[in-house]
Design a protein around this ligand. Structure first.
Ligand code: SAM
Ligand code: DTB
Ligand code: SF4
Length: 358
């Protein structure tokens, strides 16, 4: 029987209601986030996704945070779409290092018809490695979303990024409504939705609450919610965004966890600048997914070995995310190997694993 607090319909999360979460005393907010988290997930499990930029730079969009926009000088050169074999080789390496999902990103406004055959081939080939697939290619039309669904794409990432009110200060070339349209097409194609945002762009607490309310109001809620901390990129309009209190970032994670009890909440961009202690607080606040591997799309991320050590030090383990949307997992026995509902993934130092062959 769902807990009363989790039974709230998605639309029950008004901006005011989420703002009230942000305004709780920090210990109360974390306690509440932990309660919600433990009703739906093992508190020691982390899902690991690796990212690859399959088409870098030269993007016609004007997103104010982005190194890849051709409209600002973010220092990233435009490249062509990567060959399928190189993408598959990167996915295999990520799988062998312990990633269970492979996310492929392209710096496009939307895919061109000529790009689709290669992109669909990438989905099929990465799936054939036994990995979950995710793509983020910009806006999609019905046909493109349908084709990705038919190819077996598991997730499509398309973020709302911020509140409807702050949005126009950051992005001018696509509207909030455009984003919601793409997300509806992804849903209609039977592909799971990965949708989140960025904090630390100079938005207010109310904007952060409004972003969470928008995400939580999606019906159904996104299966995966990346919470990115702005990585300020020199040459972009947001290079000098005012610093955000780290506890405010943790509060955003906790509000996302409480408002979206069954979603995987991913502690996403910006981890390289975060001490381990802050990341641990994010896990306590309900984050249960990470980008794993030393590069995001163009920016740095902690080394895989540093993340393995962090999880080890915290007594946490990589999981396959199968507990998402599943029943509560309270049984300590699930720590051992495979059981219905969740699988522990062995993450390893591939340099050591490959030692015999190197
Ligand atoms: N071009 C596609 C699109 O925008 O739909 C996909 C890639 S885009 C880089 C994916 C997301 O990465 C953005 O929506 C944004 O939330 C996040 N992102 C990009 N640059 C970032 C930065 N400098 N700091 C934090 N997050 C960032
Ligand atoms: C998301 O929300 N964060 C990821 C993924 N979706 C594609 C991207 C983060 C990008 C960080 C900046 C960069 O690497 O250029
Ligand atoms: Fe282009 Fe995506 Fe960067 Fe916006 S976030 S400029 S759409 S690559």
């Amino acid at each position: 029987m769902p807990h009363a607090a989790d039974r709230q319909a998605p639309q029950a999360w008004s901006t005011e209601a989420v703002l009230a979460l942000f305004e709780l005393p920090f210990p109360d907010l974390i306690h509440r986030a932990q309660q919600v988290h433990r009703r739906h997930f093992r508190a020691d499990g982390i899902q690991l996704s690796s990212l690859l930029s399959i088409k870098t730079g030269g993007c016609p969009e004007d997103c104010g945070y982005c190194s890849q926009s051709a409209r600002h000088d973010g220092g990233v050169a435009a490249q062509r779409l990567m060959p399928v074999e190189e993408v598959v080789a990167a996915a295999r390496a990520a799988r062998d290092a312990g990633a269970q999902r492979f996310c492929m990103g392209a710096a496009w406004r939307s895919p061109k018809p000529r790009d689709m055959p290669a992109v669909l081939e990438m989905v099929r080939a990465v799936k054939a490695l036994g990995m979950e697939t995710c793509m983020t290619l910009g806006m999609l039309d019905d046909e493109q979303a349908g084709a990705l669904g038919e190819a077996g794409l598991d997730y499509y990432n398309h973020n709302l990024d911020t509140s409807p009110e702050f949005y126009g200060r950051v992005i001018g070339t696509r509207s909030y409504a455009d984003r919601l349209d793409t997300l509806a097409r992804v849903r209609a194609a039977g592909v799971k939705v990965c949708c989140g945002g960025i904090v630390g762009m100079g938005e207010s607490r109310r904007d952060r609450a409004a972003l969470i309310a928008q995400l939580a109001g999606m019906d159904p809620q996104p299966e995966s919610v990346p919470i990115n901390h702005l990585i300020p990129v020199p040459g972009t309009p947001l290079a000098d965004a005012p610093p955000l209190d780290p506890f405010e970032f943790v509060r955003t994670i906790a509000a996302a966890r409480i408002a979206m009890p069954r979603s995987a909440v991913r502690l996403s961009a910006g981890r390289q600048a975060m001490p381990d202690s802050l990341q641990a607080l994010c896990f306590l606040a309900g984050a249960n997914s990470l980008f794993y591997g030393d590069t995001l799309l163009t920016a740095g991320n902690p080394e895989a070995e540093a993340d393995r050590q962090l999880l080890r030090r915290l007594g946490m383990r990589a999981t396959d995310g199968a507990d998402a949307n599943g029943p509560p997992a309270r049984d300590k026995e699930t720590h051992a190997g495979t059981r219905a509902g969740m699988r522990t993934i062995r993450i390893q130092d591939t340099r050591r694993a490959a030692g015999g062959r190197a």
